[in-house]
Design a protein around this ligand. Structure first.
Ligand code: ATP
Ligand code: MG
Length: 446
C-alpha cells in the first residue's frame, strides 16, 4: 500500500535515511491518507536525536526540543520531526514526568494513543503497522494501543480524543476502550481548559457528533455538568417530540459544523430544566429560559476559556435563539442594525436548526424563516442602510450645520438611521438634513 507523500516530507525522510537514520511519516497523516482525507499536517518520526536532526538540516527551530521535537523548515514550510520516544511515568493524569529517547520504532508507536494513530510509513518500507491499526481503520474502530484503562489513566485527554475521533471520523469506540473511558472520565478534570476546549470544538464539529453526544453525555458532563439535567427532561408540549437533551443533540446535528453555531445549539436550551412549569392542562412552559441559558452559557464558555469574540457571538445567539421572525423589510433592517449582517444570518440558521430538532411533524414552521432569509439576502444584495456608517450624512456634516462635537452627534445619527430604516426619510443628504431641521427641537443643545 502506498501513500502519496508530499515531496518535502519525502525529502526530509530520505535525507535522514541517507545519514543512516530511520524516518517515517507517522500518526494522523498516515491515518488520514489511508482514509482518503487530506492530512492537516505531516509529522515525521526518526531514530536520529534532536541534535542530529539539527546538524543534518540547515534551517530548524527548537519547538519542543525537550520532548524531542525539532521543526525543520523546507523552503520556509515547517515540518515537525520528533525523535523516537518513550514516555516516562505519568503522575498527574496529563503529562509524563519525563521522556526518554529510544532507537526502537516499536516503542515509539506503543506510546501513541489509538491503533489508527500508531502507524508509520515511508516509501522504502511501506506501512509499518505493529498494533493492527489497519484492521481498526477498516472496521472504523477507535481502540487504545495497549490496556485502555491504563492509557486513559496516564493521560486523561485521550478520553476526549477518543470521542473526538469517533465524531470526526464517524468511527465506533471499541467496547473495551469505551468502558475504560467511562470509568476514567473523572480524571478529565486534571486536563487544562485549553486542551479540553480544542478537543471539544473538534468533537462538536464532527460528522458523528450526535451519536457521541447521545452515548457519552456523562463524559462531557465532567466539564459541563449543566447538561445533565437536560438528559431525559420531558417537555410536555406538542411543539416538542423529544426530551431537552435529545432535542439539543438534533439541533447540533442540524446546523453547519462551525464552532460558534455548534456551541450555540449545545447551550441554547441549557436553562430549560430550571424554568419548567406546567399549566392546568399539563402543558409544559419554559418562560425566560433564553435568559437562564444565556447565564449558564456564559459560565460554561468562561470555564472553557473560549476567546472573547467567539464567546460573545455564542452568548448573543443563545440569548436571542427564539426570536420571532417577521416577514417585513423594516423588521429585518432593524435586526441587521442590532446584530450586524453576519450574526443575524447566523441567528436565522440557529432558528432553523431549533425548529428542525423540535418535532418532525411541524417542519412547515421552517418556511417563514426561509422566507425571512431570502428577504434578508435580497436586502443585503442591494445598497442598503442599516448602520450609521451607511448614512448619507456623517458627523462632519452635522458639525458643518452648527452642531458641536460630542455625544449629541451620535444620538442624531442614530435618530436619522432609525428614520431611514423606518422608511420615514430617504437616505439622501439633502432629505436627511431637512428631516433633521424639522425635528431639531429634539436636539436643542443647552
Ligand atoms: P489531527 O492532527 O487530525 O487533529 P492527529 O492524530 O494528527 O490528528 P495530533 O494531536 O496532531 O493528532 O497528534 C499527532 C499524533 O501524536 C497522533 O496521531 C498520535 O499518534 C500522537 N498523540 C497525540 N496526542 C497524544 C496523546 N495524548 N497520547 C498519545 N499519543 C498522542
Ligand atoms: Mg496532527
Amino acid at each position: 500500500m502506498k501513500i502519496q507523500l508530499p515531496e518535502k516530507v519525502n525529502r526530509i525522510i530520505t535525507t535522514l535515511q541517507k545519514h543512516g537514520f530511520e524516518a517515517y511519516a507517522v500518526g494522523g497523516c498516515v491515518r488520514d491518507s489511508f482514509l482518503g482525507r487530506v492530512p492537516g499536517d505531516w509529522d515525521i518520526t526518526t531514530s536520529a536525536s534532536p541534535q542530529e536532526v539539527k546538524e543534518i538540516f540547515d534551517h530548524t527551530v527548537d519547538t519542543g526540543i525537550e520532548h524531542g521535537t525539532v521543526t525543520v523548515l523546507m523552503n520556509h514550510e515547517p515540518y515537525e520531526v520528533t525523535t523516537y520516544r518513550v514516555d516516562g511515568k505519568y503522575e498527574d493524569h496529563r503529562r509524563p514526568n519525563e521522556v526518554h529517547f529510544t532507537k526502537s520504532l516499536r516503542e515509539d508507536l506503543l506510546r501513541r494513543d489509538f491503533t489508527i494513530n500508531a502507524m508509520a510509513y515511508n516509501d522504502s518500507e511501506g506501512i509499518i503497522d505493529m498494533y493492527d491499526g489497519m484492521t481498526d481503520l477498516k472496521n472504523q474502530t477507535i481502540r487504545c494501543v495497549g490496556e485502555a484503562k491504563k492509557r486513559f489513566d496516564e493521560d486523561a485527554l485521550r478520553i476526549l480524543r477518543a470521542l473526538r475521533f469517533s465524531s470526526t471520523l464517524n468511527f465506533q469506540v471499541d467496547p473495551d476502550t469505551a468502558n475504560a473511558l467511562l470509568e476514567e472520565k473523572a480524571k478529565l478534570c486534571n486536563i487544562s481548559a485549553e486542551r479540553v476546549r480544542e478537543e471539544l470544538i473538534k468533537l462538536l464539529c464532527g460528522q458523528n457528533c450526535a451519536q457521541v453526544l447521545r452515548a457519552y453525555s456523562t463524559v462531557l458532563a465532567v466539564w459541563i455538568p449543566e447538561i445533565l439535567p437536560m438528559v431525559g427532561f420531558q417537555q410536555h408540549t406538542p411543539y416538542h417530540a423529544y426530551d431537552v437533551w435529545e432535542h439539543t443533540i438534533r439541533t447540533v446535528e442540524a446546523i453547519q459544523p462551525i464552532p460558534v453555531l455548534r456551541f450555540t445549539m449545545l447551550l441554547h436550551d441549557i436553562g430549560k430544566p430550571n424554568t419548567f412549569t406546567q399549566d392546568e392542562q399539563g402543558i409544559g412552559h419554559f418562560y425566560g429560559h433564553g435568559a437562564v441559558s444565556t447565564e449558564i452559557a456564559k459560565q460554561v464558555l468562561e470555564r472553557l476559556k473560549l476567546d472573547r469574540k467567539t464567546k460573545e457571538s455564542i452568548i448573543t445567539l443563545v440569548k436571542y435563539h427564539d426570536i420571532r421572525c417577521e416577514l417585513s423589510p423594516i423588521w429585518i433592517k432593524k435586526q441587521l442594525r442590532k446584530f450586524g449582517a453576519d450574526l443575524f444570518l447566523q441567528l436565522l440558521e440557529v432558528h432553523k436548526a431549533d425548529i428542525t430538532g423540535q418535532n418532525p411533524n411541524l417542519l412547515h414552521r421552517l418556511e417563514d424563516i426561509m422566507k425571512c432569509e431570502v428577504m434578508t439576502k435580497e436586502i443585503l444584495s442591494e445598497p442598503t442602510c442599516f448602520s450609521v456608517k451607511d448614512l448619507a450624512v456623517n458627523g462632519s456634516d452635522l458639525i458643518a450645520i452648527g452642531f458641536s462635537q460630542g455625544k449629541m452627534i451620535g444620538t442624531i445619527l442614530q435618530f436619522l438611521l432609525e428614520a431611514v430604516i423606518e422608511e420615514t426619510c430617504k437616505n439622501e443628504k439633502h432629505e436627511l438634513l431637512q428631516y433633521l431641521h424639522q425635528n431639531k427641537y429634539l436636539f436643542t443643545e443647552s
